[in-house]
Design a protein around this ligand. Structure first.
Ligand code: PMP
Ligand code: GLU
Length: 403
């Protein structure tokens, strides 16, 4: 027996965990590209823009000035203060620097929050369709995921009524993203106030509000659940630099929460990763305090691309979608193609359809199954107009061959 290959020697914890489907599809498309195929990758949700120049300059300055030491675990005060100011001004969330924990991406902030709040057997209600990593993080925290499905007719958004019915004495956390990955839906202020009314009646339930796509929002206003006083103490607001400032690789995210929760996350992070990269933190200060024009320009470009993709999708029969109000995803229903074949491959599921499109015309998408919506596929339009046009043309050709 080769010890190196005996997976049973790995922990139950890791064996129970699924690989991230978004990252797995990107890996597959890189492998096909390495073999010389002209792959268009619309699977990863990652801005294709460069980080704005003033942010890069701040990082260069930090390097030159020797800002190379460990920082406080929860982040440098300058950054936490800048984030607290931003939250007060833009989101009407009144927390101090002490309530902010900066982490290695919003991903770590989400994991910190779940690890600090969830005990084995606690139920975590996740609004579905949901971002792939949520349920896996709940698993790591030994919680039980309860998926609450938003209806297609309501742009996949869960209603307050649905939430009320799903709450049990074991419910510990409710979590969602708005703008949503993968659907692009955005909760309105009215919808969030209705949800808050339900939560106000349940004093022991916490909410993780993932606002990472806040700046990629095509609606005139953005409303944060954490601004509602009756539940403020129980809302953990998650955000970060990755999407709005095109800084995915810099790895800066944060949470804003009641101090005792922030302190718990600081303690956890202090034992696992410590503070995130010192240089990235200086860059993040420039992002949060700096000129928002590059961010607004990127959002305008995403909006144009959304309309481009929706227009091209209309030309493909058997695809049903609504107009997403934010993020950079379109999440159409494609189940009309289930049961069809090109003579060689038969499509039974959204997984099959994504693999068919990848192998046939080299366009990489993510199956809706990864997000709790087995009739859907996710198309990321964080790509150039040219690539989007070409990808949709290829998809149309490939789908036309299915009968
Ligand atoms: N939340 C959502 C909904 C996301 O789509 C992402 C993107 N990966 C993240 C959190 C994590 O972002 P990051 O760790 O890059 O800050
Ligand atoms: N949030 C992005 C996505 O959904 C990045 C990939 C990831 O971290 O999973 O594609």
């Amino acid at each position: 027996m080769s010890l190196t290959k005996d997976l049973t020697l790995l922990s139950d914890r890791i064996n129970a965990l699924s690989e991230s489907q978004t990252l797995a599809m990107s890996k597959k498309s890189r492998e096909l590209a390495a073999k010389g195929h002209q792959v268009i990758n619309l699977s990863i949700g990652e801005p294709d823009f460069q980080t704005p120049q003033h942010i890069k300059d701040a990082a260069k300055k930090a390097i030159d000035e020797g800002f190379s030491f460990y920082t406080p675990v929860s982040g440098i005060l300058e950054l936490r203060q800048a984030i607290a100011d931003k939250l007060r001004k833009e989101n009407n969330i009144d927390w101090k620097a002490d309530n902010i924990v900066v982490s290695t991406g919003a991903k770590q902030s989400l994991a910190n929050a779940l690890m600090c709040l969830v005990n084995p057997g606690d139920e975590v209600i996740i609004f579905s369709p949901y971002w792939v990593s949520y349920s896996e993080m709940v698993k790591l925290a030994e919680g039980e995921t309860v998926l609450l499905e938003g209806p297609f007719e309501n742009d996949f958004k869960v209603t307050a009524d649905q939430l009320e019915k799903a709450i049990t004495p074991r419910t510990k956390v409710v979590m969602y993203s708005s703008p949503s990955n993968p659907t692009g839906s955005v909760f309105t202020e009215k919808e969030l106030r209705e949800i808050a009314e339900v939560l106000a009646k349940h004093e022991n339930i916490f909410v993780i509000a993932d606002e990472i796509y806040e700046y990629i929002n095509y609606e005139p206003n953005y409303f944060s659940l954490g601004s509602i006083p009756s539940i403020k103490e129980r809302v953990i607001t998650i955000n970060g630099m990755s999407k709005g400032f095109a800084m995915t690789g810099w790895r800066v995210g944060y949470m804003a929460a009641a101090k005792w929760i922030a302190d718990a996350c600081d303690k956890l992070q202090g034992q696992i990763t410590s503070g995130t990269c010192s240089i990235s933190q200086k860059a993040a200060v420039a992002a949060v305090k700096g000129d928002m024009k590059p961010t607004q320009d990127m959002a305008k470009a995403y909006l144009r691309r959304r309309d481009l993709v929706l227009g091209l999708l209309k030309e493909i029969p058997g695809i049903r979608t609504f107009t997403p109000k934010g993020a950079f995803y379109v999440f159409p229903e494609v189940n009309d193609y289930f049961g069809k074949t090109d003579g060689e491959t038969t499509i039974h599921t959204a997984d099959d359809l994504c693999m068919y499109i990848l192998n046939k015309v080299y366009v990489s998408l993510v199956t809706g199954e990864a997000f709790g919506a087995p009739n859907c596929i996710r198309i990321s339009y964080a790509a150039s107009d040219e690539n989007l046009t070409e990808a949709l043309r290829r998809m149309k050709d490939a789908l036309a061959q299915l009968h």
